[in-house]
Ligand binder design. Structure first.
Ligand code: CTP
Length: 408
């Protein structure tokens, strides 16, 4: 089975003569098993008609940000969430400039701002435009933000010149995408991640919970999937979207999360405890709603099982185990204490209760600790921080693996 099977690829076409190759690209992506939806800029429609893509993909083509009918069918935010990967082919010089500067003046530019998915560009333009300092500065800026470039290739150009600026052929683009997924550092690995808060019932209508949104755990899931892993997310209640291609097991309470993790942990190579699991639960929630009678009532709370600790203590098939430490003070000391106590391979420590960090925030920064090592991940969007953390986890996971193998 192709590594593209089941991937949600949003194929975006911008204005350029290479757009005539894009329907063939769409067809080849589908042949490789990907689900393909298409977005076109208005300049692209001067070169190819939307009907062509509709026929090739079997799905309506999206091109208008302000059309209520198409927004009602599948709005730009929904499309941004649907995508596993956004492939802009051809990507014009103008589109690269608009993406580099964060424009949101048409459907494609807006989608690119709103997505957590990886963005890949297949540039196509006149060789002098490609070599121009402005285009190269935009390219450097985009690459620094994690946007990947496939091509451009070298050869004859539609304008009669010869040079670098041709869009790669559809077969080459599909092959490079396959390599991108197949060579991911976690290909062949199964990663389980807990995410979100838990809810501990007080009675049938009330619960104790916390401010976790689930975003960090979901972004880790997307990054691990992008790195080629099979990903299982055990999720507490969260309104956040989860990237395509991830197995999601929904739970409410810490006890349910514990049971679900233990049922599915066998065969997992890496476990990441990113959930904000309630440490305590009400001892005996009544079957009926508590009525307002007494002037004061007490809730007796009892300890929940520690999921992370239980996974780290598994005797057979113990995965590489990574925990989080959310702290309001003494970040490094508390995190290192938790790493040792719970016998973790690694811990990611983050401040909570500070602006722009931790719970309910779209950005985060982490301190990563393992036996004999420490790196910092600077503050950035959670999706970027998640990619970096997955890189560090896969490096340590493989390093440990090779140490274990060389010792045997
Ligand atoms: N965790 C877990 N199960 C629990 C409690 C916590 O799996 N019942 C995991 C979290 O997912 C996180 C790590 O343990 O990866 C640390 O959680 P945290 O609440 O910060 O630490 P605790 O060990 O619970 O200590 P404390 O609340 O005293 O800071």
């Amino acid at each position: 089975m192709s590594v593209l099977a089941g991937r949600h690829i949003l194929l975006a076409i911008t204005g350029g003569i290479a757009a005539y190759k894009s329907p063939d690209l769409a067809r080849r992506l589908r042949e490789a098993g990907a689900e393909v939806r298409t977005v076109m800029t208005s300049a692209a429609m001067a070169f190819v008609r939307p009907m062509t893509f509709q026929a090739v993909t079997g799905k309506p083509v999206h091109y208008d940000l302000l059309d209520p009918a198409s927004e009602a069918a599948m709005g730009h935010i929904e499309l941004a969430r649907w995508a596993d990967l956004v492939l802009v082919a051809p990507a014009s010089a103008d589109f690269m400039a608009r993406l580099a500067h964060g424009h949101a003046d048409d459907l494609l530019a807006t989608l690119c701002l709103a997505t957590h998915a990886r963005i890949v560009l297949a540039p196509a333009m006149n060789q002098v435009m490609w070599a121009n300092a402005a285009t190269q500065a935009n390219r450097t800026q985009l690459e620094a933000r994690g946007v990947r470039m496939l091509g451009p290739g070298h050869g004859d150009q539609a304008c009669g010149e010869v040079g670098t600026g041709r869009m790669l052929e559809p077969t080459a683009l599909v092959a490079q995408l396959c390599r991108f997924y197949a060579q991911g550092p976690l290909s062949g690995c199964t990663v389980m991640i807990t995410a979100g808060p838990t809810r501990e019932a007080i009675d049938p209508v009330r619960f104790i919970s916390n401010r976790s949104s689930g975003r960090m755990g979901f972004d880790l899931g997307a990054a691990a999937r992008e790195a080629g892993a099979r990903v299982i997310v055990v999720a507490g209640p969260s309104a956040e979207p989860l990237a395509a291609g991830i197995e999601r097991l929904d739970v409410e309470s810490a006890e349910q999360m514990y049971e679900t993790v233990m049922q599915h942990i066998e065969g997992c190579h890496i476990f990441i405890g990113a959930a904000a699991v309630a440490d305590y639960r009400p001892e005996a929630p009544p079957a009926e709603k508590i009525k307002k009678q007494e002037a004061a009532i007490s809730l007796r709370l009892i300890r929940n099982p520690d999921i992370l600790q239980a996974v780290a203590a598994l005797e057979s098939g113990r995965p590489f185990t990574v925990g989080f430490a959310a702290e309001t003070h003494g970040l490094l000391e508390h995190a290192e204490g938790k790493r040792r106590n719970k016998r973790l391979d690694m811990i990611a420590a983050n401040w909570v209760g500070r602006p722009g960090l931790g719970f309910e925030s779209t950005t985060n920064a982490l301190e990563i600790l393992w036996a004999g090592g420490h790196v910092s991940i600077d503050q950035g969007p959670k999706a970027e921080v998640a990619r970096r953390l997955i890189e560090i986890i896969s490096e340590r996971y493989h390093a440990q693996d090779s140490t274990a193998n060389s010792g045997s």
